[in-house]
Every structure is written in C-alpha cells, then in structure tokens.
Design a protein around this ligand. Structure first.
Ligand code: GLP
Length: 245
C-alpha cells in the first residue's frame, strides 16, 4: 500500500478533480457519508461544491457529514468556530438537512467529553462509516487535530493543541492568547477507517511536511504519514506543495 500521488498543474485543477470525485460519489450513492475538513485549503472546494449544487443540481439532501474537529471553548457562533466556518462556507448554500450535519461540540463540559466523543464515533458507525474523507495538513503534520504523538488507532477525543498549530491560528483569532488551547478531534483511527481519503495541500509552506508524510517512514510524529498504510489514500498537490519531493 502506498499513498497515490496526484500532481496537479494548479490548485484549481486539484480542487476540480476532488469536487468531481465527490459529485460522482453523491450521484452514485445519494446517502453518501462525507468527512469534512476546515482551514483555508478546502474553501475553494466548498465553493465548487456550492457551484455544482446551484448550476448542475447536485443535491446533498440525503448526504450525511462529519467534520474532523472543533475548537473547545468557543460559542458555536464565534467567527472562528468550525461550526460557523462550515455553515458560512458550505452548509448555508446547499440543501443538506441540519440533522445530517455533525461536528464535535465546542462547549462540551469536561465531565461530558468522553461520552460526547463516544457518541460521535457511534454516529459515524450508525451512518455506515465515512465514504470519502477530505483532509488538509497542518505544519506539524497533523490531520484533523491529531498532533504529534497521536497513536494510529486513536479515536475521537480531546486534544491539547501544539504551539505551532496555535501560532498558525493566531492571525485569524487576532492574538495568540485568544486561540483555544484544546479541541475535540476525530482520532487517526477514525480517519483511517474512511473508505477513501483525499488530502489536499497547496503552496510552498506545505512542501516540507508533505515530503515527510509521503517519503519518510510512518511515525506518530507526523500523523499524516499513517495514510501510507491506508488502501485508498490520495494526496492532491499543486506544484509548490510538491516541490520538495
Ligand atoms: C487546522 C485544521 C486542519 C487543517 C489545518 C491546515 O489545524 N484543524 O484540519 O488541515 O488547520 O489548515 P490550512 O488549510 O489553513 O493550511
């Protein structure tokens, strides 16, 4: 098994490819279960899915979604919460019923976190498992918020965010002090259980970590490297993010 590499001529070409795969899945399997990601990387993908919905009638009425992660401690309506991000960038513009949308909670009490995470895992199972999982990659090599040290078989849980991750998020929050210290994330095991996985990475800033994830031995120091052991994992790169390979 190895990660299948797709070297696109541009980020737009990569986005079109992934959006077409998702559209084909949904047309063939209207009850498809999608694993969704946040960050700057998937924003143009969501724009393309909205366009396919508006222009080509792609319907999400029977689709179910599970997001990878959510910051802990934010109001869902906080501009940087992933709940807000997903509604702003995708859900508000397509026909998915609210009941089909799942994100980990942002305001779960400490004593309820374990049962909340177990319920999230159960909901994925009850939905039939994830058919197509979208991923970005953080500078620490994380997928979701699986920071270095996350085991390959980890499940949905509370995680302490790495300082690099918090620094990368600081501009969006205005100040490092405003960036949450913890999040709830699907585990590496949760992600690896998806039937197909598409990781997108664009720009020079991702080149070094993409090389580590793809070319170096599998290690829990780079959770994206676990994808090397997945039977249907794909990296969609632009020339800049592929420049260190
Ligand atoms: C956050 C998210 C990840 C995402 C990463 C990279 O840490 N939890 O899911 O992949 O940021 O974000 P960007 O796409 O903005 O580079």
């Amino acid at each position: 098994m190895s990660i299948q590499l797709h070297l696109h001529s541009s980020r737009e070409a990569a986005i079109r490819t992934v959006a077409q795969e998702m559209a084909m899945l949904i047309r063939n399997k209207p009850h498809a279960v999608l694993g969704l990601a946040t960050g700057a990387t998937p924003i143009p993908l969501y724009q393309e899915l909205v366009r396919l919905h508006r222009v080509e009638g792609l319907s999400f009425r029977q689709v179910t979604t599970f997001n990878l992660d959510e910051y802990l401690g934010l109001e869902p309506t906080h501009p940087e919460s992933y709940w807000n991000f997903m509604h702003r960038n995708l859900f508000d513009h397509i026909d998915i019923p609210a009941a089909n949308i799942h994100l980990p909670g942002s305001q779960v009490k400490t004593e309820d976190i374990l049962s909340h995470c177990e319920a999230y895992e159960d909901a994925i199972r009850v939905a039939g498992g994830i058919d197509y999982q979208i991923l970005g990659i953080g500078r620490t090599g994380h997928i979701g918020f699986n920071e270095p040290g996350s085991p390959a078989d980890s499940i949905t849980r509370r995680i302490h965010l790495d300082e690099i991750t918090r620094q990368d998020a600081a501009p969006a929050f205005g100040d490092l002090a405003h960036v949450p210290t913890h999040a709830i994330t699907m585990g590496c095991g949760t992600i690896l259980a998806a039937r197909k996985i598409a990781l997108m990475a664009f720009g020079e800033g991702k080149a070094a970590i993409v090389r580590r994830a793809l070319r170096e031995p599998v290690t829990d120091e780079v959770s994206a490297s676990f994808l090397q052991n997945h039977p249907d994992a794909h990296f969609h790169l632009d020339p800049a993010s592929a420049s260190a390979l």
